[in-house]
Ligand binder design. Structure first.
Ligand code: CA
Length: 404
């Protein structure tokens, strides 16, 4: 659409609102403000207008400010206590040198609008300037109470260290890629890393572009406190009631909770089963003093529950070979004797836990360095300072419900 047509018909420029829901109260906590051009016959998104660098900055800033002005005016009129999420092109924000945007916000503040209800959404990977300058500008906005969200994470190459540097209040993560029939493991890994980052920097996770129940479940089970997407609400020209989806969200989250509890239960059952089988097997072979003979017998007894088994001391030095199954053939890999595994994540933590509780532990799901398969490990206190490690193959986890 022609930029001049928009500029001569500014009365047709309107804000649309897409609700953001919270997991803790199951209600609408705010709205993302979206620019629309509304004629008699159609409603057109202004997304392309705002991202078109060939359109003069002052045009885009004017239209942008107009939308925000209309949205905040609507916020004043509503009784609801909600956040307004406002998209801000970081490049334009930096060029808006006479602070027209901030001045507008301050005039609203004078009318009683609390600026800590305004969330600025900026996209890190679209920003072309110096990240420190952007950080300083955002920090300046923060002194007025505004909140900062980093938008569009996961969509394009997002720079996690740059995002961390901006110390946003909210990370907006796009779940669009989850709709594809086959989502790559690396995408899940990136989302997991983002959730760790959010936890580290104390940012709230908002998952957006949720269009299916599956995506909502993913968002819920991956630390998402806020949700947004067509599945819950389509952008429209008015605010909705805060309890708009309350019953449905409550019921769906209840389902997720039941499923997750069942999965956790399955892991405890497997852990107890292995605890029992390993101790029975050890009882049968207590005459075996040689560790390599012992793990060979243990592997036989555990059957399809393991593809690799070995023993370490409490400092991580391997006290046996690896007994390893590949293509249904078991081999004793003596080159692993005396290797040290204390550097591995959770290794010492788990050793100390077993020492304290005198009980085995089932690990989380992780990718095995050698086979690349998603596996779990059951570790077990063998003596006061020696520990048995039983690697459980993907196949077994896959065939038994709730273990993946
Ligand atoms: Ca946005």
């Amino acid at each position: 659409m022609d930029a001049l047509e928009i500029m001569t018909n500014l009365h047709l420029v309107v804000p649309y609102y897409q609700a953001v829901f919270s997991a803790d109260e199951h209600k609408v906590i705010g709205y993302e403000v979206l620019g629309r051009y509304q004629t008699d016959d159609e409603v057109i998104s202004l997304g392309a207008f705002f991202s078109d660098d060939s359109i003069p900055d002052e045009y885009r800033i004017e239209v942008d400010n107009l939308i925000v002005e209309k949205a905040i005016t609507a916020l004043i009129d509503t009784e609801e206590d909600v956040y307004l999420f406002i998209n801000k092109n970081a490049n334009l924000l930096m060029t808006d040198s006479d602070e027209t945007f901030l001045n507008m916000l301050l005039s609203f503040q004078a009318q009683g609008v609390s600026l800590n209800k305004i969330v600025l959404e900026v996209t890190e990977h679209q920003y072309t300037g110096d990240i420190d300058q952007l950080y300083h500008l955002l920090t300046y906005y923060r002194t007025y109470g505004l909140k900062i969200a980093v938008d569009n994470i996961g969509k394009e190459s997002s720079n996690l260290d740059r995002i961390g540097l901006l110390t946003p209040d909210i990370l907006k993560v796009d779940l669009q890629a989850l709709r594809k029939t086959s989502t790559s493991q690396s995408y899940f890994d990136v989302l997991y890393t983002i959730s760790l980052l959010a936890r580290k920097i104390g940012a709230t996770l908002l998952y957006e572009d949720i269009e299916t129940l599956f995506q909502l479940q993913f968002a819920w089970s991956n630390g998402g406190r806020y949700y947004q997407g067509y599945y819950l609400h389509q952008p429209c020209e008015k605010f909705v009631s805060a309890d708009f989806q309350k019953g449905r969200l409550k019921q769906e989250i209840h389902q997720f909770t039941q499923q997750e509890k069942k999965k956790i239960q399955s892991r405890y059952i497997l852990s107890d089963l292995l605890q029992n089988e390993v101790s029975l097997s050890l009882g049968r072979h207590k005459n075996l003093m040689n560790y390599n003979e012992l793990i060979t017998e243990l592997a036989l007894d555990l059957k399809d529950k393991t593809f690799r088994i070995y023993i370490c001391d409490e400092d991580g030095f391997q006290q046996s070979a690896n007994y390893f199954k590949h293509h249904n053939l078991w081999t004793l890999q003596r080159e692993y004797e005396n290797k040290n595994w204390s550097w591995r994540p959770y290794f010492l933590e788990n050793i100390m836990r077993m020492k304290r509780n005198k009980k085995g532990i089932l690990s989380d799901l992780y990718s095995d360095i050698e086979t690349g398969e998603m596996i779990r490990t059951f570790s077990y206190p063998l003596t006061v300072d020696h520990y048995l490690f039983v690697d459980i193959p993907y196949q077994y986890l896959y065939e038994n419900e709730g273990l993946l």
